[in-house]
Design a protein around this ligand. Structure first.
Ligand SMILES: C[S@@+](CC[C@H](N)C(=O)[O-])C[C@H]1O[C@@H](n2cnc3c(N)ncnc32)[C@H](O)[C@@H]1O
Length: 461
């Protein structure tokens, strides 16, 4: 029997009673149902031996014991059998009959009235029985600590409180169910949410890649689907490197990177994120390694980042071996912030290998999302990034909408104001221009060799 057939079969006999259809307030007592099950009467001392040979015929249903006490005889037990396989004593296979004979068990089938209750149904069976027939009952959610974060569709909304309660009942550790009530389009990227059932308290604790984060989920951004991306970026940094995290949230890039003995400058405009970022740095014992700021990303880049870069990349930088990374995870807007890098620094440019490496996130609905992101980022910087950047596909956010990360070194010709001052013959303007162009094209060639192209194939969604 195929899995689909098994599910269909189970859904008839083992589905909640039909009178729960349309229920909006959860009444667990309404889920009681009695089904008649074939059983074998056996002596209690042979149960274990027998069960090993009756795997095919025994009832297999989560939450239901296959062997129960016999209400009429305390020396015997009732073995529940699958009503779709065993109808009469003639339904046993030859090997099963032979074992029954060996153990001196009569193959005679008895009937047992098994009471199913709310506890015996899975969440999907409950929702399929309650919601209007033929409508999608998908009950998936993102888990954030003790919170189940649902994204209900319109037809599910009349049942939202019941759905929330079922999620809590059927998922150990979940004590609160919330529904997203708009898309994340507010500045701080936190979800507007409605508590459907359970605890109102949105203060939660999560573990990601071995680190602990505490925060109020109603006030800050947290997405459990980014854990792989957080560890991908963390892997790129080595001990001694410097990270500037422009849109740091509560610390999922900053904290693991700081643990690798890197220096981290982490910033977030949301005062609540800033508060929990500070808290999480202490919680994970990296507060000595992370400098935390509460600024607009542009001010952070033009202030503390610029100041630090002037030092890190200044004249003493020749002895330095470490890399400087700048992470910009605000996919709806980060590309616009790239303009801040234009002519940000004064003085003679540093060596190419010391130029900061940017990891900038973006959404794209373009059929060629990698090229789209390269072109948009390049347009803001006034250069072509196609030959000297890599693009990583982070995740599919919605049908035809991808989240991507573009990585590139900021060219000195973009980053430095007086790029040409280092060149000879500065008093000859046409030559000066030529030399600047030459520097940029040499940089491009060298940068192409330091970043690999990692173009995603078009999303399957
Ligand atoms: C998509 S979240 C990313 C958070 C974190 N990096 C992560 O991976 O979970 C973007 C963060 O940027 C912050 N943010 C939004 N606009 C900002 C701005 N103009 N300047 C600085 N931070 C900003 C939000 O408060 C939010 O925490």
């Amino acid at each position: 029997m195929t899995e689909i057939e098994t599910n269909q079969r189970d859904s008839e006999l083992f589905s909640p009673p039909s009178n729960v259809r349309g229920m909006t307030k959860l009444d667990r007592t309404a889920f009681k149902k009695t089904v008649t099950i074939p059983v074998l009467k056996v002596r209690k001392e042979i149960v274990n031996k027998l069960m090993r040979s009756l795997k095919r015929a025994a009832l297999q249903r989560p939450g239901i014991k296959r062997v129960i006490e016999d209400p009429e005889d305390e020396e015997s037990r009732l073995v529940m059998l699958d009503p779709y396989k065993i109808f009469t004593d003639g339904s046993f296979e030859r090997a099963e009959l032979s074992i029954l004979k060996q153990l001196n068990v009569s193959p005679q089938i008895h009937k047992y009235n098994l009471e199913l209750t709310y506890e015996n149904f899975k969440s999907e069976e409950i929702l399929r029985a309650v919601l209007p027939e033929g409508q999608d009952v998908t009950s998936g959610f993102s888990r954030v600590g003790h919170i189940a974060h649902l994204n209900l569709r319109d037809h599910q909304l009349p049942f939202k409180h019941l759905i929330g309660q079922v999620m809590i009942d059927k998922n150990p550790g979940i004590t609160s169910a919330v529904n997203k009530i708009n898309n994340i389009d507010n500045t701080y990227r936190n979800f507007q949410m409605e508590v459907l059932s359970g605890e109102e308290n949105m203060m939660t604790k999560v573990r990601e890649n071995g680190y602990t984060y505490e925060f109020d989920f109603s006030k800050v951004y947290w997405n459990p689907r980014l854990s792989t991306e957080h560890s991908r970026i963390t892997e790129l940094l080595k001990s001694g490197d410097v990270l500037f995290d422009v849109f740091a949230g509560v610390g999922p890039f900053a904290i693991p990177v700081a643990k690798k003995n890197c220096t981290v400058f982490a910033n977030d405009l949301n005062p609540e994120s800033h508060k929990w970022l500070l808290h999480n740095c202490k919680l994970n014992k990296v507060d000595q390694k992370v400098k935390v700021f509460n600024l607009d990303g542009k001010d952070f880049l033009q202030g503390p980042v610029r100041e630090e870069l002037m030092q890190q990349l200044g004249p003493l930088s020749k002895e330095r071996k470490h890399s400087v990374h700048i992470v910009m995870n605000l996919p709806a807007k980060a590309i616009e912030f790239l303009s801040v890098f234009k002519l940000l620094l004064d003085g003679p440019p540093c060596g190419i290998e010391l130029l900061p490496i940017v990891h900038c996130y973006s959404f794209s609905k373009d059929p060629n999302p990698a090229k789209d992101v390269q072109q948009r980022a390049g347009a803001v910087l006034g250069i072509s990034l196609e030959a000297c950047s890599s693009v990583h596909l982070v995740r599919n956010v919605a049908p035809n909408k991808e989240m991507l990360c573009i990585t590139f070194r900021i060219p000195a010709a973009v980053l430095y104001k007086n790029q040409t001052l280092t060149l000879e013959n500065q008093d000859d303007p046409p030559l000066k221009r030529q030399k600047t162009d030459k520097v940029f094209s040499e940089e491009k060639t060298q940068m192409a060799s330091v970043t690999s192209l990692e173009m995603p194939s078009p999303s399957p969604h």
